[in-house]
Design a protein around this ligand. Structure first.
Ligand SMILES: Cc1cc2nc3c(=O)[nH]c(=O)nc-3n(C[C@H](O)[C@H](O)[C@H](O)COP(=O)(O)OP(=O)(O)OC[C@H]3O[C@@H](n4cnc5c(N)ncnc54)[C@H](O)[C@@H]3O)c2cc1C
Length: 278
């Protein structure tokens, strides 16, 4: 139970959802787009999040698409993570999704909720960063399709009233070799200590990270360093770590030093596997 009353809306179209948000705003009501609801309800129950209404997007059919269309995989924002795993149309995304929380929570947690949530791991964004996907969003200016790198900076930079409808990924990326490793300090289903996902595109490795810094990221500088195959593996990794975009987390999941130690070993394992030396 939430400790305050809210209004619940379940629009059937994108336009209806956007209009509802605008109407509620006009009435000075704070509305949240609601997908799996796990984070909204958890934070609401703890009085860490306050809102007057939720707009449940699970009946908006565009948000539930998971299929190939014109050489692109369309992944709807309201897809539960377990459905993504079961259908396995995007093996790297399945591998990352499988690592989030436990199976029961993943039945509820959705792709859009994971990517847009306040809980900063947002692991499901990693495959889309690696594949230069596009993000389809809706808002008062209509529907827009934007390159992920122009709208994701640690978190999706959505304007008030905008919500994510879909992510579009070129089919060619889907079959590229990949490795995704999630390291936890405790239990099988806890938050990550860190997650590193990597794909090999035309003999060059791409890397995306969650749990290392206070937000998920992909870094060109780190990729340049990690791809210097004329250098020793140790030096490649050392140089990459000097280009981390922010401070390394030091929290209950693990100290900064421990994270760096695990990160080095994880990068080594991934590179050896994708370069065929393992
Ligand atoms: C037990 C547990 C374990 C977890 N473990 C992990 C983990 O290992 N790794 C990890 O990455 N995360 C983990 N999480 C975090 C989880 O993925 C997020 O809390 C996620 O937000 C939940 O998804 P949801 O669909 O339930 O989101 P909701 O509660 O529906 O929404 C969360 C936020 O996202 C916004 N939102 C939802 N959908 C959209 C959309 N389409 N467009 C714009 N905004 C939107 C909502 O307004 C809200 O602010 C865990 C959470 C729990 C409860």
């Amino acid at each position: 139970m939430l400790p305050f009353n809210i209004d619940y809306y379940k629009p059937k179209s994108i336009e209806e959802a956007v209009e509802l948000f605008a109407l509620l705003k006009r009435d000075h009501k704070r509305a949240l787009y609601y997908s799996g609801g796990t984070e909204i309800l958890t934070l609401g129950r703890l009085n860490l999040l306050h809102f007057d209404a939720v707009i449940d997007i699970k009946s908006v059919k565009e948000c539930l698409v998971f299929d190939f269309y014109q050489n692109r995989l369309v992944s709807g924002a309201a897809l539960p993570l377990t459905l993504i795993e079961e259908k396995n149309l995007f093996p790297l995304l399945s591998a990352v999704a499988k690592g989030v929380a436990d199976h029961t929570a993943r039945n509820k947690i959705t792709l859009g909720g994971n990517i847009c949530g306040q809980i900063f791991y947002r692991e499901a964004i990693l495959p889309f960063l690696l594949c230069d996907s596009d993000v389809v969003i809706a808002g008062e200016n209509g529907i827009e399709k934007l390159p992920i790198h122009s709208i994701f900076n640690g978190a999706l930079q959505l304007a008030e009233g905008q919500f994510v409808i879909q992510l579009l990924t070129e089919q060619a990326y889907i079959s590229m070799p990949f490795v995704s490793l999630k390291k936890r300090q405790q239990w099988e289903t806890g938050y990550p200590l860190l997650t590193v996902s990597s794909i090999k595109v035309e003999n060059r490795l791409r890397f995306a990270f969650s749990g290392v810094c206070p937000y998920p990221f992909r870094s060109k500088e780190m990729e340049d360093a990690l791809n210097q195959t004329n250098m020793s593996l140790e030096n490649r990794i050392q140089q990459a770590l000097e280009s981390l975009p922010d401070h390394v987390l030091d929290d209950i999941e693990g100290s900064r030093e421990y994270r760096l130690f695990v990160l080095k070993n994880t990068l080594e394992d991934i590179i050896l596997e994708l370069e065929g030396k393992k």
